[in-house]
Write a protein that binds this ligand. Structure first.
Ligand SMILES: Nc1ncnc2c1ncn2[C@@H]1O[C@H](COP(=O)(O)OP(=O)(O)OP(=O)(O)O)[C@@H](O)[C@H]1O
Ligand SMILES: [Mg+2]
Length: 514
């Protein structure tokens, strides 16, 4: 997408010039626990203002206050010098404040186009003008460079595509302030590049963009101003020009981090095989074979849509396998269900925590011990005590931050929900762990804790498969990397062969060949 084309887009005009948005002395508590304490900052038109901080620092809470989702307990907002009281997102939208939330808010039963124009349909005499909506949709999709069909049910889309729907919805409205809460967390690098161009265009046109992100390189390259939050307090607001990744990390964590990745432990190639995948075919997966040894960390790389998650689901028996076999610890898994896979010691941490993983209304404790509930109910209260002890140990190891383990999962920040899934998968001491995007939305300090844990578990004999869109995550952790393209493996790299160029070459392999 060219920036110029976007600038000329007919739908995107700022007709509600707002002036500065001033947040003054804002505080918010949840059940007595402060989420945000006395925060003051100024959001200026035509600027990108990023919010960074550890999981649970209060970034989304501040974003929700600015966009009318929640009201502050104390403090005020003013827009262009006029007091701004927002009792709902609708009131915020009326003032030109649009948000792309961290927890996606699409309506699954509606189509993509219906979701984009939800509440702002093109109508004539009370009827929605579908053709006009669709024409506008295609125009917008072309301009932002997203390849989405308007008529698909949004509920059937991948997380990344749902994210694109949310972005398009925000762009189809006239926005003077756009709050984006981790908009690139589920996007591929191409799509992120398109999003970055959109963000720059918005700022050039005079909108203010409030960007919440854990990708510090993204924050540094896009922002004019960066505010760091820690435990609900504002640490500092700085000019992006003078900031570095190290200075940002130091502000977020209160300490520096010498390296994001732990030392790689050597792998014993003669160690027994724990998982053997033989000529496996399933929807989106064609003829994949590999073996995984005890203590090995295997990375699976490739572009979004290459079939990595589909392969994980096929191995885990959560997708229909049309051909081939999976052997776990020497015996066949074919025909079994995910439930049986877990019983046999194979665990998958799914990509989308909301749809495939967490029971949002249930407690932190229940979510972690879910896979062992059978045991707990059978053994009664003694096991209950053991369960609590095991849960709190896992929360500590995976750095889940929650006031207590009885809180429902909905009350945790996005990154902490991701860590819950991780803690759960360890509760049943698997022999093979497949982690699909294990650190999506996780802050840099907690990422390191999760990496340390993966390395430690591998050393204790677990076989681990890491699927990640972050190339450096795969390269930094894995002993060996398989690259996928259109459902097939296009490379098997280890040692010195494992580098950015070779992985990218294999990820694009067929494009070059044809
Ligand atoms: N609905 C809620 N009920 C109770 N507590 C909540 C609720 N929403 C958020 N919190 C708490 O408020 C604090 C700040 O959460 P917030 O979602 O703003 O964090 P964040 O900085 O966005 O983190 P992340 O990077 O993980 O998304 C956390 O301690 C969280 O547990
Ligand atoms: Mg958040």
């Amino acid at each position: 997408m060219s920036a110029r084309a976007f600038d000329e887009h007919p739908l995107q005009t700022v007709d509600t010039p707002g002036g500065d948005l001033v947040v003054a002395g804002v505080s918010k508590r949840y059940g007595g626990v402060p989420a945000l304490s006395d925060v003051s900052l100024t959001i200026e038109p035509g600027k990108v203002h990023s919010l960074i901080g550890e999981n649970g620092a209060g970034k989304s809470t501040l974003g929700k206050i600015i966009s009318g989702v929640i009201e502050p307990d104390e403090g005020t907002l003013t827009l262009g010098g006029v007091p701004l009281v927002l009792r709902s997102p609708r009131e915020a939208i009326a003032k030109g404040i649009i948000t792309i939330a961290q927890e996606l808010a699409i309506v699954p039963a509606l189509t993509v186009a219906e979701n984009v124009y939800l509440g702002s349909e093109v109508t004539r005499g009370g009827f929605v003008r579908r053709r006009e909506s669709r024409r506008r949709f295609r125009e917008l999709a072309d301009h932002v460079g997203f390849d989405l069909s308007p008529d698909v049910r949004a509920g059937n889309l991948s997380t990344a595509d749902q994210q694109k729907v949310e972005i398009m919805r925000a762009l189809s409205r006239n926005a003077s302030i756009v709050v984006m809460d981790e908009p690139s967390a589920a996007l591929s690098s191409n799509e992120s590049a398109a999003l970055h161009e959109i963000i720059r265009s918005l700022a050039r046109r005079g909108s203010a963009v409030v960007l919440i992100s854990h990708f510090l390189s993204e924050v540094l390259s896009l922002s004019d101003t960066i505010t760091t939050l820690r435990d609900g307090h504002l640490v500092r607001t700085v000019d992006a020009a003078g900031a570095t990744e190290d200075s940002l990390i130091e502000g977020m964590l209160g300490r520096s981090l010498s390296s994001v990745f732990p030392q790689k432990a050597p792998v014993d190639e003669s160690a027994p095989i724990v998982l053997e995948v033989d000529h496996l075919s399933a929807p989106g997966v064609t003829d994949c074979s590999f073996v995984l040894h005890r203590g090995e960390i295997l990375g699976i790389s490739g572009l979004v849509g290459a079939g990595r998650s589909e392969l994980a689901r096929a191995i885990f028996r959560d997708a229909k396998v049309s051909h081939g076999s999976v052997r776990l610890g020497g015996s066949n898994l074919t025909g079994h269900s995910p439930h049986r896979s877990i019983g046999r010691g194979l665990v998958l941490i799914p990509e989308s925590r909301k749809e495939m993983g967490l029971l949002m209304g249930r407690s932190v404790k229940e979510n972690i011990s879910l896979s062992r509930l059978d045991l707990v109910s059978r053994l009664g209260w003694i096991a209950g005590f053991r369960e609590r002890r095991a849960v709190s140990k896992l929360m500590e190891k995976t750095t889940v931050k929650a006031a207590n383990m009885a809180l429902p999962a909905t009350m945790l920040s996005g990154g902490n929900q991701q860590k819950l899934l991780f803690a759960r998968s360890l509760m049943c001491s698997p022999s093979v762990l497949i982690a699909d995007e294990p650190t999506r939305g996780v802050d840099v300090g907690s990422k390191r804790a999760i990496y340390d844990l993966l390395v430690e578990m591998a050393q204790e004999g677990m076989g681990i498969i890491v699927i990640s869109s972050e190339l450096e995550e795969v390269l930094g952790l894995a002993h060996r990397t398989l690259v996928m393209r259109h459902g097939r493996f296009t490379a098997d790299l280890r040692g010195d062969e494992m580098n950015e160029q070779s992985v990218l070459a294999a990820a694009f392999a067929e494009t070059n060949a044809t």
